[in-house]
Design a protein around this ligand. Structure first.
Ligand SMILES: N=c1c2ncn([C@@H]3O[C@H](COP(=O)(O)OP(=O)(O)OP(=O)(O)O)[C@@H](O)[C@H]3O)c2ncn1[C@@H]1O[C@H](COP(=O)(O)O)[C@@H](O)[C@H]1O
Length: 178
């Protein structure tokens, strides 16, 4: 598997990459409350809420379409491999029509994924980041902190899954409003 990520040389590594990233992004978004119209985030935070809600829906849809694109490249590559296998098996049959053999049966199919497959996966990651950014703007608009959001996720985990020292929701806030 290709390693698509790197850490700049000499930089201290945070305990959790995604934790540090989400905290930095959430802090940047919160600080944009004091920005001006030049900031896209400020406009989403202070403008008609429908604008950011529409972006969450639009970007979520783009995640779905991007994932379908990945599936499309995987499926067409598999179909091409199956067709190639069938064609070479047919050629083999013609060459040895006297003797049937099981040789080669059950051998793994070799599927060649084209560069477009990798590009589609990269596009999926890009669209996923768009969703997370816009979702964090929505959370900020309604005063839901990252800790509180973490508590929502932590509360759904079993004891075995939950990280040690993880923040939780007080009982009275669990599923409130449902
Ligand atoms: N992480 C983001 C971020 N992710 C996405 N976006 C914006 O969200 C918008 C998405 O719009 P589009 O639908 O046109 O999406 P696209 O990505 O251009 O293309 P598609 O999704 O349609 O393929 C673009 O304007 C992006 O710039 C973001 N805008 C800001 N941030 C962060 O927020 C900080 C503050 O941003 P400003 O408020 O602009 O200063 C930035 O420094 C970033 O750290």
């Amino acid at each position: 598997m290709v390693n698509k990520t790197f850490i700049p040389e000499g930089e201290a590594v945070p305990a959790s990459q995604i934790g540090a990233t989400l905290e930095a992004l959430a802090a940047t978004i919160a600080a944009r409350r004091d920005a001006d119209e030049a900031s896209y985030t400020y406009r989403l935070l202070t403008g008609n809420v429908d604008d950011v809600l529409k972006k969450v829906m639009e970007e979520s849809g783009e995640v779905a379409l991007a994932a379908k694109d990945v599936e499309g490249w995987a499926t067409s590559s598999l179909a091409a491999a199956v067709a190639l296998e069938a064609a070479s098996a047919g050629a083999g049959d013609a060459a040895s029509d006297a003797e049937a053999t099981d040789e080669g049966a059950g051998a793994p199919l070799s599927v060649q994924l084209p560069p477009e497959y990798g590009e589609a996966v990269d596009h999926l990651r890009y669209e996923a980041a768009d969703v997370v950014y816009h979702l964090l703007v929505v959370l900020e608009r309604y005063g839901i902190t990252l800790d509180e959001f973490a508590a929502e996720l932590n509360n759904r985990m079993t004891e075995g899954e939950r990280p040690r020292g993880a923040v939780r929701l007080h009982d009275e806030f669990v599923r409130r409003g449902k």
